[in-house]
Design a binder for this molecule. Structure first.
Ligand SMILES: Nc1ncnc2c1ncn2[C@@H]1O[C@H](COP(=O)(O)OP(=O)(O)OP(=O)(O)O)[C@@H](O)[C@H]1O
Ligand SMILES: [Mg+2]
Length: 497
């Protein structure tokens, strides 16, 4: 007997310990309620149980975590005016009955009879002094299953459970508030990952906002590294198509047939190597946005195919006779002057006008004034944690240096320079010495030929990074694709590793 009591005490002690842990862990309310029920059932060796929750008007609202009892039976138990649950609700007191079937308080309650309730205990679940529900446990087998001490335990347990539930609910409310505040902020600053307060950028944001709402084609112009792809992605992300795919295809320096099959797909056997049907990217982007990057480089033959996409919303896979309907919004980008390309006969005029219903011209960094400072600080914050957490500022002199640099490589060049400076910095600030502007001496030359200058820069960057193309491209402020394209033009022997 004594041993039995010791066991019960131990179980109850464990239960209080477990509910203590629940209080300290931030939980989702429903799974917390399920745990509360399970802990209570185990601690009291109860057979059945459930938690009844009240709504804000203190009206019984729902039965949660029913154990070994159907939800409807649990509902029956609480509907009957003379039932145990009702008594707890009305009296706000704990109820214990050793043998409900014989108990004059309940023996006439149909639910008690129908559900063969014998031992039963039910306690109010409170948050501070406010009653939010009832914890109910019972047994059909044993009389005297629950004692006065079980009831005292359950009451203490319910008080702790109330705190855990309050914590979980508060946490959930905060989470919901946080999500809705973030949404509000996104509405206020829809392009927050694009930094810039210069007049030129304000104009860009204004246009972006307007074109995001509709399906018009947008041509994004700008030098290399001015943020064309970033802008294209942001337009998509703020458009009604945001939950559909955004697919980007680089069109520069790609073999015509390869690009065609990438864009439109191909049928099995359409050409050597076409061992099975392949879906084109336009089809993958269906419903979403398609970004044609470096559009100026596309061949005249492909331009005709593209015209069909823009005009009719139709695609035809390579080797296929059937056309398919697709719904994509087209954005395109170029760092060339597309009007010049049209004049030179390299770009179809009809396609040109279809693609540039609206044109967004991205200013080069050297025309963005104080944006250099904003961007430098933005990249510092973005990369410091990963590259050098001790650094939290850029010294005034270093900032002056950044401000006066001509920025041919644009924002990517600035971004990479800040990354490099972070790696090199020794104290808590980026100093002028940490800013690798060394490549400027290459410009102090009498050779003004652009191609040969490009070659020198590429070769130099590759040397500096031991042949690592990714790093070399990053340092030059160009895309890897651009670098690879240039490398094809350059005699490989002139590149030492
Ligand atoms: N306004 C900006 N704010 C913050 N980051 C920017 C901004 N503009 C560009 N960047 C960053 O600079 C880098 C280059 O941007 P992006 O690739 O969009 O340029 P691009 O014009 O497409 O370049 P390329 O012509 O080389 O393809 C990216 O890392 C991008 O996140
Ligand atoms: Mg790009």
């Amino acid at each position: 007997m004594l041993e039995q009591i010791a066991d019960i005490r131990e179980n109850q002690f464990k239960a209080l310990h477990e509910i203590g842990k629940e209080i300290n862990s931030l939980r989702e309310p429903n799974s917390l309620l399920a745990d509360i029920m399970d802990i209570a059932i185990k601690a009291l060796s109860a057979e059945r149980g459930f938690i009844l929750l009240l709504d804000e008007n203190r009206i019984p609202a729902e039965v949660v975590a029913p154990r070994n009892i159907s939800e409807s039976s649990a509902h029956d138990l609480m509907q009957i005016p003379s039932s145990v649950v009702r008594k707890v609700l009305d009296s706000r007191q704990c109820i214990l009955s050793h043998d409900a079937l014989e108990d004059p308080r309940f023996k006439d309650a149909k639910s008690v009879v129908a559900l063969k309730v014998r031992s039963v205990a039910a306690v109010p679940l409170k948050i501070r002094e406010e009653m939010i529900g009832v914890i109910y446990v019972d047994s059909t087998k044993n009389r005297k299953m629950f004692t006065q001490s079980s009831l005292e335990f359950l009451e203490a347990f319910a008080n702790h459970a109330g705190i855990a539930i309050e914590n979980a609910r508060l946490y959930q409310t905060l989470q919901h508030e946080n999500i809705s505040l973030k949404r509000d902020i996104e509405k206020l600053y829809p392009f927050k990952e694009i930094i810039g307060e210069s007049a030129a950028m304000k104009h860009v944001f204004d246009l972006m906002q307007k074109v995001s709402r509709s399906d018009v084609t947008v041509l994004i112009e700008g030098e290399s590294g001015t943020g064309k792809e970033l802008v294209a992605r942001a337009i998509h992300a703020n458009s009604p198509r945001c939950n559909k795919p955004f697919v980007a295809q680089y069109c520069g320096a790609l073999q015509d047939s390869l690009l065609e099959s990438e864009l439109f797909g191909h049928k099995k056997g359409a050409f050597t190597g076409a061992i099975q049907d392949k879906k084109g990217l336009f089809e993958i982007a269906h419903g979403g946005t398609f970004f044609l990057d470096e559009i100026a480089d596309i061949s005249l033959a492909l331009q005709t195919e593209l015209l069909r996409v823009v005009q009719e919303g139709e695609i035809k896979a390579v080797g296929d006779t059937a056309v398919r309907k697709i719904d994509v919004r087209l954005l395109s980008a170029t760092n060339k002057n597309l009007a010049e390309e049209v004049k030179a006969g390299r770009f179809r005029e009809d396609l040109f006008y279809r693609l540039k219903v609206i044109t967004i011209s991205l200013p080069p960094l050297r025309d963005r004034g104080e944006d250099v400072i904003l961007l430098a600080n933005y990249f510092l914050k973005k990369y410091a944690q990963r590259l050098n957490p001790n650094v939290n500022t850029i010294s005034t002199d270093a900032m002056k240096l950044l401000r006066s640099h001509p920025w041919h490589g644009n924002i990517r060049e600035l971004e990479n320079m800040i990354q490099a400076a972070l790696v090199l910095a020794e104290g808590d600030a980026i100093a002028p010495a940490n800013i690798p502007l060394a490549q400027t001496d290459l410009l102090e030359t009498t050779d003004l030929n652009l191609k040969s200058m490009e070659k020198k820069l590429v070769v130099n960057a590759l040397k500096q990074f031991g042949g690592n193309r990714m790093q070399a491209a990053a340092a030059l402020g160009v895309s890897l694709r651009w670098l690879q394209y240039k490398l094809k033009e350059i005699d490989p022997d002139s590149i030492e590793k």
